[in-house]
Design a protein around this ligand. Structure first.
Ligand SMILES: Nc1ncnc2c1ncn2[C@@H]1O[C@H](COP(=O)(O)OP(=O)(O)OP(=O)(O)O)[C@@H](O)[C@H]1O
Ligand SMILES: [Mg+2]
Length: 265
């Protein structure tokens, strides 16, 4: 099978502000006394990631909070650029990474469908052909006529997911958004994703639900503080993850206050 996602030596660096004295008073003092202002700390959200995903694979990305899963998705989806390394993808990607991204709050559900499909390069005529299916799958009924700002979180997810799967993507990236769906809708989404897998689409998901990863993905990749700790059959990788102590792992990403060097990973 051809490779559809290839990450080579990928690292992603962020600079983040950390307040040394997080009280309101010290924030005020910081305005006049620069030595008490927030300091900048550096963070390598991903380090030296080598990864290949073949067409038709179903892959689960797992790991503790802050381990770099969403950052990896944003790099694959072309939303962020790597600091080092290269990300090459083949085919059309439907990135379902953050709820509501790509939606306009003041526009109705229907208007947002046309807006979103245009991002996927679809014409109005092409959208008309799938419009009813999108609305029906979302089960939003008359709500499609109201502005998105009046939607609940799960309703936004329903619309986003329905649009994405009906645009027939080659690669589907799903980052935890299903977590906000109710039981029946999640089940329906998982069934639809299984159909997509069977039709040869590539499917990569981030989930904190071990059962979901075992069920949906043949392969899993465990990220730990921005690095790949394990990559293999999902049962084995999920077992490995469950045996780890994730307490405090999120803080391991930050540089120490003294070390301000901005070097490689
Ligand atoms: N735009 C940004 N600017 C600065 N730091 C960021 C940015 N995006 C992510 N980070 C940092 O990168 C690290 C990885 O974040 P990421 O969102 O990829 O984690 P995650 O594995 O998806 O976590 P979660 O399970 O909580 O969703 C975190 O420490 C986070 O603070
Ligand atoms: Mg995330």
């Amino acid at each position: 099978m051809p490779t559809v996602i290839a990450c080579k030596g990928v690292s992603k660096h962020f600079l983040i502000g950390v307040n040394r004295m997080p009280s309101l008073k010290s924030k005020f003092i910081g305005v006049f006394k620069p030595q008490y202002r927030d300091q900048i700390r550096e963070l390598w959200a991903l380090r030296d990631i080598d990864l290949e995903i073949q067409a038709g694979e179903s892959v689960g990305i797992i790991g503790p909070n802050g381990s770099g899963k969403s950052t990896l998705f944003k790099l694959i989806g072309g939303i962020l650029r790597p600091t080092h390394g290269t990300v090459v993808t083949e085919g059309r990607i439907a990135p379902m990474i953050e709820l509501g991204v790509g939606f306009h709050n003041e526009m109705t559900g229907l208007e947002n469908i046309y807006l979103n499909t245009s991002y996927y390069g679809m014409s109005r005529k092409q959208t008309n052909a799938i419009l009813d299916d999108i609305v029906e799958f979302s089960e939003l009924g008359e709500f499609v006529g109201t502005p998105i700002k009046n939607y609940s979180t799960g309703m936004v997810m329903r619309l986003g997911f329905s649009i994405a799967i009906h645009t027939a993507p080659d690669i589907l990236l799903v980052d935890e958004i299903l977590a906000v769906g109710d039981k029946d809708f999640r089940e329906k989404c998982l069934a639809r994703m299984t159909e997509l897998q069977r039709s040869g689409r590539t499917f990569v998901m981030v989930s904190h639900d071990a059962h979901e990863v075992r069920r949906m993905c043949a392969r899993a990749i465990l990220l730990w503080q921005g690095r790949i700790l394990a990559d293999g059959p999902s049962d084995e990788v999920v077992d490995r993850y469950e045996s780890l102590n994730t307490k405090d792992s999120v803080l391991g990403m930050l540089s120490q206050p003294e070390t301000q060097a901005v070097g490689g990973p």
